[in-house]
Ligand binder design. Structure first.
Ligand SMILES: Cc1cc2nc3c(=O)[nH]c(=O)nc-3n(C[C@H](O)[C@H](O)[C@H](O)COP(=O)(O)O)c2cc1C
Length: 227
């Protein structure tokens, strides 16, 4: 079948009841972003428009819409930006917690649209631990967390102008990893059972892995020099 993405935008029938885009660009990692508001409230929210975009130094980004509102049963956007984006840009820092399968419910609870002065941390009953180099704390039970300093922001473009999404880029200045996931100096990613996002309400757990070496002599192999 051909899904007509342009027809969807112009209000015509595209061919499927729901946009398949997010079900296909899947799985997406979830950046579970901690920030600190100007009144010191600790904000925590999940972002699946989240990715690693460079390494050495390592750079990640998350991408946010404006805040949502529900009016007459219809979901729309307010003028205000989401708290994670606002706080990260204002304070210059965020922490990206890695979400494991067992933290799924808590992660989902932190996506609730709470007022800026109410912390999602208490709402989800989570314990936090201090970070080393940035102020926002990290989720104690998270298998890993990236401490980030904001280095850039960029309004996503669409044909004809600005999209509603803004990306926030952070340079990773430190990484916490629970010791039990490190064997012989290597991170056991699949043992973390990382929760990932697909389309609709669907999630997947990253549990299986296999190894495959590169065919050439690419000198950079995940930070190690290939011998
Ligand atoms: C798994 C998951 C992924 C999400 N990904 C995004 C995203 O990439 N961008 C976005 O704007 N909102 C995303 N959301 C919704 C936000 O988490 C939600 O709007 C939240 O209330 C934002 O909180 P904040 O205003 O405290 O940042 C996601 C929600 C869930 C459950």
């Amino acid at each position: 079948m051909f899904y007509d993405s342009e027809a969807r935008l112009s209000g015509d029938s595209p061919g499927l009841p729901f946009n398949p885009f997010k079900a296909l660009v899947a799985p997406r990692p979830i950046g579970w972003i901690t920030t600190i508001a100007p009144d010191r409230t600790v904000n925590l929210a999940p972002y699946s428009y989240f990715q690693a975009v460079a390494d050495n130094p390592d750079i990640v980004m998350f991408s946010a819409t404006p805040n949502l509102k529900v009016e007459d049963g219809q979901v729309g956007f307010t003028e205000a930006r989401k708290h994670s984006e606002q706080n990260a840009i204002a304070s210059g820092e965020f922490v990206c917690n890695i979400v494991s399968h067992d933290l799924g419910e808590e992660m989902n609870l932190t996506s609730a649209h709470l007022p800026a002065d109410v912390s999602e941390v208490g709402h989800a009953g989570l314990e936090m631990l201090p970070s080393e180099r940035v102020e926002p704390p990290r989720v104690a039970r998270a298998p890993a967390a990236l401490e980030c300093v904001v280095v850039d922001t960029h309004v996503v473009q669409r044909r004809g102008g600005d999209h509603i999404y803004r990306m926030v880029f952070g340079e990773v200045v430190g990484i916490h990893i629970q010791d039990r996931y490190i064997t012989d100096g290597l991170v056991q990613t699949s043992a973390m059972k990382i929760l990932t996002r697909m389309g609709y309400d669907e999630y997947a757990v990253l549990e299986e892995s296999f190894n495959m070496s590169r065919p050439d002599f690419d000198p950079i192999l995940d930070g190690m020099l290939k011998s």
